[in-house]
Design a protein around this ligand. Structure first.
Ligand SMILES: NC(=O)c1ccc[n+]([C@@H]2O[C@H](COP(=O)([O-])OP(=O)(O)OC[C@H]3O[C@@H](n4cnc5c(N)ncnc54)[C@H](O)[C@@H]3O)[C@@H](O)[C@H]2O)c1
Ligand SMILES: O=c1ccn([C@@H]2O[C@H](COP(=O)(O)OP(=O)(O)O[C@H]3O[C@H](CO)[C@@H](O)[C@H](O)[C@H]3O)[C@@H](O)[C@H]2O)c(=O)[nH]1
Length: 441
């Protein structure tokens, strides 16, 4: 089948490459010329494990092409909308303007057989509004068909999650609903053949499934971080607590990683947009708990600074602080709402000289956060440091030999903001090891 993918960021670039890998002919469109040129050359501007290799596999087949010219999507039957829905500046709500501008650009190229499929994460009600926009711009006589098929991929595992997702969700409505389901089934024939669950529902439910899933994940992380605060007050150990409650199948051990909390281009902005939309719908009371989820999350970042200050004799002014991590999570170079960079910024604002290292995110951080100072190696970052903050749990940092770093720092103090370093190992090498939610030995 010939499909188009509109928007080639963290979601769209992977979706386009994976659809070509599944055997489809894919026309990928983005308004950002530099992004399109880089992808067409097989050199994506983002780091996502396996993406370079996947592009190297599919580009030579000719099944995947990149363009900024919407006219080229005319030959596609299914059009996936994957454009961004960032948080509006100064507000909680999502900015959906990219979704509607993509819709207006796409509409003239639709015909009777085509299906538009929304994948972006949107406030409930957007699908119905987008359908009206598409209908307004479609050629005369064409009845627009739209399905909502939210995406659940995790960065760092984006290819695996696209090709073998936990489930498919199809939101369909209107007289063509059955045909739309059948068409999506054809697109996803291979993953469906392995028994992947596929759930069919109306537009609002499909839109809500996505934000509900992210709200649940964010709540689970903030729950364990709330326990972390109580452990700090009571002298408990949140890592042992999480391990113990996680053995209960009803709770489960995943997403109980206590630390500096969630960031990225999804969970923070999605819970805020969900609250804003619920408010517009008169259901704001239902989601007031998400305000707490957000606050608990942000408090953990401030707590890192408190611990750093404690270890630096009560002030960060003039202290050298090494920050290990810039990406919001390991195996990604995404720095959107990164807890690591937020903490780095707070330390700098408190007067510290901060040097940030990351195995993969330095190019993007240097470009978008030029206000911070970066180090190309861990050694350079920690040289002369009064305190080392571990903020993104890259395997490289877990594998560090602390004894090798000891002679480089001014004071061997590490604060583990992810609870992923081995305390015994660091302490054995003469380091003071502190962590969020764990007793200070
Ligand atoms: N990143 C993820 O892991 C992930 C996972 C699931 C869902 N989502 C959702 O998917 C959407 C995209 O997220 P992302 O992380 O890929 O964002 P992104 O910012 O990386 O990419 C968005 C892309 O859309 C392009 N774009 C904007 N307007 C356009 C237009 N009118 N025509 C063509 N291209 C246009 C931008 O140039 C950009 O390349 C968001 O709604 C997000 O919440 C993201
Ligand atoms: O136990 C945990 C697990 C995660 N995190 C943090 O939470 C954030 C988000 O992590 P993760 O959910 O793995 O990354 P994303 O790639 O942002 O994926 C989320 O957001 C996507 C965009 O909506 C969804 O598609 C995914 O299903 C959803 O997991 C990161 O900062 C992690 O460090 C924790 O602090 N503790």
């Amino acid at each position: 089948m010939t499909i188009s993918v509109i928007g080639t960021g963290y979601l769209g670039a992977v979706h386009a490459a994976c659809m070509a890998h599944l055997g489809h002919r894919v026309i990928a469109v983005d308004s950002d010329e530099a992004k399109i040129e880089a992808l067409a050359a097989g050199k994506p501007a983002i780091f996502e494990p396996g993406l370079d290799e996947l592009l190297a596999e599919v580009l030579p087949t000719g099944r995947l092409t990149f363009t900024t010219d919407y006219a080229q999507v005319a030959e596609a039957q299914v059009h996936f909308v994957c454009v961004g829905t960032p948080q509006l500046a100064g507000e909680n709500a999502a900015d959906t303007t990219y979704v509607f501008s993509a819709g207006r650009s796409l509409a003239p190229y639709l015909d009777e057989g085509s299906l538009v499929v929304g994948k972006s994460t949107v406030p409930v009600g957007t699908a119905a509004a987008l359908k009206r926009t598409l209908q307004d711009g479609a050629p005369a006589g064409v009845e627009v068909r739209l399905a909502w098929n939210p995406e659940f991929l995790r960065e760092g595992f984006a290819i695996e999650d696209t090709v073998t997702p936990d489930r498919f969700v199809y939101g369909v409505e209107g007289s063509h609903a059955d045909d739309d389901v059948a068409l999506l089934d054809q697109v996803y024939e291979r993953p469906l053949s392995t028994g992947t669950p596929r759930l069919v529902m109306d537009y609002p439910t499909a839109e809500l499934v996505k934000v509900a899933a992210n709200a649940f994940l964010a709540t689970k992380i903030s729950f364990i971080n709330a326990m972390s605060e109580v452990c700090e007050a009571a002298g408990g150990d949140v890592v042992r607590l999480a391990e113990a409650i996680g053995h209960d199948d009803r709770i489960g051990s995943r997403f109980l990683g206590a630390g500096v909390g969630f960031g990225g281009g999804c969970l923070p902005k999605d819970i805020r947009a969900f609250m804003a939309r619920a408010g517009e719908l008169g259901a704001d009371q239902a989601l007031t708990f998400l305000r707490e989820v957000d606050s608990i999350n942000l408090r953990r970042r401030a707590r890192m600074i408190d611990l750093a200050r404690e270890e630096c004799g009560g002030t960060l002014a003039g202290r050298a602080v090494a920050v290990l991590g810039a990406a919001f999570k390991p195996n990604s170079d995404d720095i959107r709402d990164s807890p690591a960079l937020d903490v780095a910024e707070m330390a700098r604002a408190a007067g510290a000289e901060v040097r940030v290292h990351d195995p993969k995110a330095l190019p993007v951080a240097r470009k978008h956060r030029a206000d911070l100072t970066y180090a190309d190696t861990v050694e350079e970052a920690v040289a002369g440091a009064h305190v080392v903050l571990h903020l993104t749990e890259w395997q490289d940092y877990r594998d560090l030999d602390p004894a090798r770093l000891t002679p480089l720092v001014r004071k061997p103090v590490v604060i583990d903001g992810r609870n992923k370093l081995d305390p015994a190992r660091w302490r054995a090498a003469g380091w003071t090891y502190r962590a969020l939610g764990r007793p200070h030995a």
